[in-house]
Write a protein that binds this ligand. Structure first.
Ligand code: PYC
Length: 306
């Protein structure tokens, strides 16, 4: 299997470009189910140790069912599958461009949660026009074991997020392990107190760079945190800001991540539903490896360490 590794603002993506599972025909959502049912061992082999790590997001690419799209994409990590992935989409676009399979300009990609439009800019930056995003709950109070009440919003940004500024934590890399512990407790509380679908927790604090509007820490499904500002997390943030009347359509929002790297975001209103926005997130990915994964049937960890 040939894979291309990249990182987007520090967060890695491993894209399968040859020798991936044959997921047949159908929509990206149908093929994700086929991946889950019949090829989950490929997911674990590609992203888990010893070939990968908990931080790695994998991407399967294949022919689209919608002829207006350049490709279908399915994202996965060490514990399962993602609906959409902003940093991963930027990584996939950079990968396809590096392979000479995608030219500058606008393209559409089919994901399990809808079609996204990507622009490979002359600068090499990639802009991702995400699926419609919206806030579903405002300042809900969650009782977090050992910490008391935490208030935050619940929003869809292509994945489900609980977003809070009310946490008393320092948003910096030195505190990464305590942030993971705290955010995991918040997720458990959010899941058991009304929002079982939320699998990403996003904490906000003041940015390091004067040009940014905010800094975040995002706990991904599992126990890894996003090294980038998280594309779907930034989309969820824009949905909350729009719903609160704190960011106007077209206005730029610079979201800094835990490493100090940033994504730029803007939105337009979704003409078809008044509660939703369509965010566009812009960032840069770099290629880090072009490798072949070897699967030895005598290797006890052929399908990854479980
Ligand atoms: O960039 O949307 C994102 C993302 C989700 C999980 C890791 N990165």
């Amino acid at each position: 299997m040939r894979v291309i590794d990249s990182h987007t603002a520090g967060e890695p993506t491993r894209t399968i470009v040859e020798g991936g599972p044959d997921l047949g025909t159908g929509t990206a959502a149908e093929r994700l189910e086929r991946f889950r049912q019949s090829f989950d061992h490929v997911r674990t082999a590609v992203v888990r140790e010893p070939r990968g790590s908990d931080v790695l997001v994998g991407a399967w690419i294949g022919p689209p069912s919608d002829p207006t799209c350049a490709a279908a994409v399915i994202f996965f990590n060490n514990v399962g599958y993602l609906g959409m992935c902003g940093h991963g989409t930027i990584g996939v676009v950079a990968t396809l461009a590096w392979l000479g399979r995608l030219q500058r300009g606008e393209h559409r990609l089919e994901t399990p949660v809808g079609i996204v439009t990507v622009v490979l800019n002359d600068s090499g930056e990639v802009s991702v026009r995400n699926v419609p995003c919206w806030r579903v709950a405002t300042q809900v109070s969650i009782d977090v074991a050992g910490h008391g009440t935490v208030r935050g919003d619940v929003a869809w940004g292509g994945n489900w997020f609980f977003l809070t500024e009310d946490h008393g934590q320092s948003i910096d890399l030195q505190h990464a392990s305590s942030l993971v512990t705290f955010a995991s407790k918040v997720r458990h509380a959010v899941n058991t107190q009304g929002y079982p679908e939320v699998d990403h927790i996003e904490l906000f604090g003041p940015p390091r760079n004067a040009s940014a509007n905010s800094a975040n820490f995002v706990l991904c499904p599992g126990a890894a945190y996003d090294r980038s500002p998280c594309g779907t997390g930034t989309s969820a943030k824009l949905a909350c800001l729009a719903a609160a009347g704190k960011l106007a359509p077209g206005e730029e929002w610079i979201q800094e991540g835990i490493l100090g790297t940033s994504f730029r975001g803007r939105y337009v209103r979704d003409e078809t539903r008044p509660d939703a926005i369509i965010p566009t997130i812009t960032g840069t990915a770099h290629i880090t490896a072009d490798s072949r994964l070897v699967f030895d049937k005598h290797d006890p960890f052929q399908w990854g360490i479980h």
